[in-house]
Write a protein that binds this ligand. Structure first.
Ligand SMILES: NC(=O)c1ccc[n+]([C@@H]2O[C@H](COP(=O)([O-])OP(=O)(O)OC[C@H]3O[C@@H](n4cnc5c(N)ncnc54)[C@H](OP(=O)(O)O)[C@@H]3O)[C@@H](O)[C@H]2O)c1
Length: 383
């Protein structure tokens, strides 16, 4: 989002009380922002361009922010492709020739300076994350309003990567474990794509809440290492898709204890199998469709096991649960500070004044490829 104040406002700029930090990039208070932009939906490498624009000093309720870290999530790619329900608004506000938008939905910012009407509790130097989707986080500077941000009350003990990645994947896992099946300590849940960002979060939150997890991953070279990694962060069992289809394997794992919740990131056959694994009154929650395949639920699972099917979308949930979201973020950040919650494997792409489009495209392309294994994160370097 870029908010362009009327020119007249600058005339009286000196009258505004601006709380500025050392991050002003020019002596007139303008920051030079670099961003990725797109004007049409399509394959990221075809539609993304690098663009620069000036961010003026803030006024009234405007807050100038500097991006510190911005993850590259599958939803960002889907949004670029035009197959995600949340679509950014294409505008001319950034001074691009065609109407454009900045991609990226999740990110960590530092408050740089505030207009005179900004809540005084918001101060330069504080960290904040985006309160909802569509802000456009793949950029270096921007202007925001208080409603766009969730302040991180204490950045002590947090790395930028940890704070930048808290609002989508860990939050999704937290809600799905908490809100659907009334799980109690000792209960089982099962999930596919268990090595994903959401999957790893579910494993760790499940462990903290005393839940037992059955974690399904796709077969690959070196799978034992990945299995061990997921067990180390708290996965009770880690099995392949083929092993999960074998009823004897499931019976051996659970000893007949019903599985009450299934988290589906994949769709297709993998999701159908989750419905088979669930016990009586089990809940199947779909939050992703990585295989891009629809799935069927066996009639027997619906009739004889009374399986309940749900979907979950953190964007929609966040809009209706602002206060609960802030509290949940605080819970997760506390676990991180206490060393109880580990980062997903990630790969940083440093973004400085000189970084070119080709370099910025690398993690985006990697995010589309199979078995990429590491979340791509833009880490903005101080200029
Ligand atoms: N509904 C929501 O609110 C919500 C919130 C967060 C995320 N999501 C969705 O959840 C999914 C995972 O997001 P993330 O950030 O956790 O992803 P991530 O860390 O990038 O992991 C992607 C996962 O998808 C698997 N995968 C990729 N292509 C696949 C395919 N063709 N068939 C089966 N599995 C495949 C990967 O397994 P391999 O290692 O085997 O490739 C990996 O486990 C995405 O679809 C995302 O949009 C939804």
């Amino acid at each position: 989002m870029q908010i362009s104040p009327p020119v007249l406002r600058y005339v009286g700029l000196a009258k505004h009380v601006l709380r500025a930090s050392r991050h002003y990039s020019t002596r007139f208070g303008y920051a030079h922002s670099r961003c990725l932009v797109f004007s049409n939906f399509g394959q990221p490498e075809k539609v993304l361009k690098l663009h620069s624009y000036s961010v003026p000093p803030p006024y009234d309720d405007i807050i100038n922010v500097k991006f510190i870290a911005s993850p590259i999530n599958p939803a960002d790619i889907n949004q670029l492709e035009g197959v995600y329900p949340e679509k950014p608004e294409f505008t001319l506000e950034l001074g691009t020739g065609d109407k454009s938008a900045v991609p990226g939905n999740e990110g960590l910012v530092e408050i740089v300076s505030c207009g005179s009407k900004v809540n005084p509790s918001i101060r330069p130097g504080q960290w904040a994350i985006m309160s909802g989707p569509n802000f456009g986080t793949w950029r270096t500077y921007a202007q925001a309003r208080e409603a766009n941000l969730i302040l991180i009350p204490d950045k002590e003990g947090l790395s930028p990567i940890q704070a930048a990645t808290v609002s989508v994947n860990p939050s999704t896992a937290y809600r799905m474990l908490k809100d659907f099946a009334g799980l109690e300590p000792g209960d089982y849940f099962v999930q596919n794509a268990a090595n994903s960002g959401v999957g790893r979060s579910a494993i760790q939150i499940g462990r903290l809440w005393g839940l037992k997890s059955i974690n399904i991953i796709r077969d690959r070279p070196g799978i034992e290492k990945l299995k061990e990694e997921l067990r180390t962060i708290g996965g009770t069992e880690v099995i392949t898709e083929a092993e999960a289809k074998d009823r004897r394997t499931m019976a051996r794992i659970t000893g007949g204890q019903p599985v009450r919740l299934a988290l589906n990131c994949v769709g297709g056959e993998s999701a159908t199998n989750l419905a088979r694994i669930l016990g009586y009154n089990g809940h199947l929650v779909t939050y992703g469709a990585m295989s891009k395949l629809p799935f069927s639920v066996p009639a027997s699972a619906l009739i004889f096991k009374n399986i309940h099917c749900h979907g979950f979308w953190i964007s929609a949930w966040s809009k209706e649960n602002e206060a609960t979201k802030s509290q949940m973020i605080r819970d997760i950040l506390d676990w991180i500070r206490d060393g109880k919650f580990q980062d997903v494997p990630y790969e940083v792409t440093k973004w400085s004044e000189d970084t070119g489009l080709e370099t910025l495209m690398e993690p985006i392309k990697r995010g589309i490829s199979e078995y990429s294994g590491r979340k791509g994160i833009f880490l903005m370097e101080d200029d």
